[in-house]
Design a protein around this ligand. Structure first.
Ligand code: FA5
Length: 348
């Protein structure tokens, strides 16, 4: 059949011409010459109309084969052209460290950044980072912190108890001890005193849980950073010095602190620490409560196996969200947990 050599020739010519194609413009022109309205293959296809009924299926098959070859050729050319374009964009030699198009750079969550900043300032004072479990025994969370069973902080109003089925058979004190989601990081004080020999200085960041109603400044799930320094002769002057240093590191050299008498079962004396700073936007120059603190109650030292006649200590616990809100002027704690990229991108 006369059509066969003609089509074979057409494909061979296209393959030959394809070798010269190096750019997208050349590719478009080539494509037009072969499969465009006036292209060589299109012309052959139009010729089908003049064929007899018997010839048509045979020639149609040949044309389809030629068409398939041409399509493969065009696809290969497109890849070649795209490779050339990428190579041109990367330059010579290629920078193999460039990030791929599928991996946009993320950023640390504002709570993570604030936590790292806080820990960094305490590290400068020789504090190291300690950790404890989020599921805690009642004893570590309350009893060892001189918070007796009838203390309001323990009742069902504030504390999330785990059902009995979850209670661990080998809880450190008693088999049947209740487990709670820790209400504060002060339980890490207990674990540290039980497991380390003084002197030591630790900071313990972590997640806490309370049955608090959620509003702009309260979450049922929030974070604290605990601090504990146990040594011989630790005094209130040390407490003031440590907290003043932290506040100036975090809020700038003009920030001031005030210790206001308060009560915690595990510190004596106890204080709320207020902060005042001129660069906190609409909260500037006002006393703002940001943490609880005090000297470790001798009863707690005893419960944790330390001799109160030999050792003394200071402790503090701050709310991470509250600090992050002050540092960045954030007006609602819920922004931290909504994962709204419009919020998160502001910290990139
Ligand atoms: C305590 O939790 C004490 N353990 C702190 C402490 C440690 C005192 C060591 C003395 C020595 P308080 O309940 O005030 O204290 O909580 C401390 C901080 O956690 C608060 O100032 C606040 O910033 C934060 N916080 C408490 N509850 C919530 C909540 N529901 N949502 C967000 N932050 C909270």
């Amino acid at each position: 059949m006369a059509m066969q050599p003609q089509l074979a020739q057409l494909v061979a010519t296209a393959q030959q011409e394809a070798l010269a194609v190096t750019s997208r413009a050349e590719l478009e022109a080539f494509k037009a010459r072969v499969v465009g309205p006036n292209g060589s293959l299109t012309a052959v296809m139009k010729g089908m109309a003049t064929l007899s009924k018997e010839e048509r299926p045979v020639v149609g098959k040949l044309i389809n084969e030629a068409k398939k070859s041409v399509e493969e050729l065009l696809a290969a050319l497109l890849l070649k052209v795209e490779d050339a374009e990428i190579a041109a964009a990367l330059g010579t030699p290629w920078d193999a460290t460039l990030t791929g198009p599928d991996a946009p750079a993320g950023s640390l969550h504002p709570l993570t950044r604030t936590r790292e900043r806080i820990l960094a300032s305490f590290r400068k004072l020789g504090f190291t980072v300690a950790e404890g479990p989020e599921i805690e025994t009642e004893w570590h969370c309350f009893d060892a912190l001189n918070t007796p069973a009838d203390h309001p902080a323990r009742d069902m109003q504030d504390t999330l108890y785990l059902p009995k089925a979850f209670r661990s058979a080998d809880a450190p004190r008693k088999g049947d001890e209740a487990l709670v989601l820790r209400t504060h990081t002060s339980s890490v004080q207990v674990r540290t005193m039980l497991s380390r020999k003084p002197p030591f200085r630790i900071v313990a960041p972590g997640r806490c849980f309370r049955r608090d109603a959620v509003d702009a400044t309260h979450s049922a799930n929030f974070h604290q950073v605990e601090g504990l320094w146990i040594d011989r002769n630790v005094t209130l002057a040390d407490l003031r010095g440590v907290l003043d240093f932290f506040v100036k590191e975090t809020f700038g050299p003009d920030a001031e602190i005030r210790l206001r008498p308060s009560f915690f079962p595990f510190t004596e004396p106890s204080f709320e620490m207020d902060l005042r700073s001129p660069n906190l936007g609409r909260l500037s120059n006002r006393w703002l409560e940001i943490m609880g603190c005090g000297l470790v109650d001798p009863k707690v030292l005893e419960l944790c196996g330390l001799d109160p006649n030999e050792f003394s200590g200071l402790a503090f616990g701050l709310g991470l969200e509250r600090i992050a809100m002050l540092v960045h002027g954030i007006d609602d704690i819920r922004h931290f947990y909504n994962n709204d990229l419009r919020f998160l991108r502001q910290f990139a």
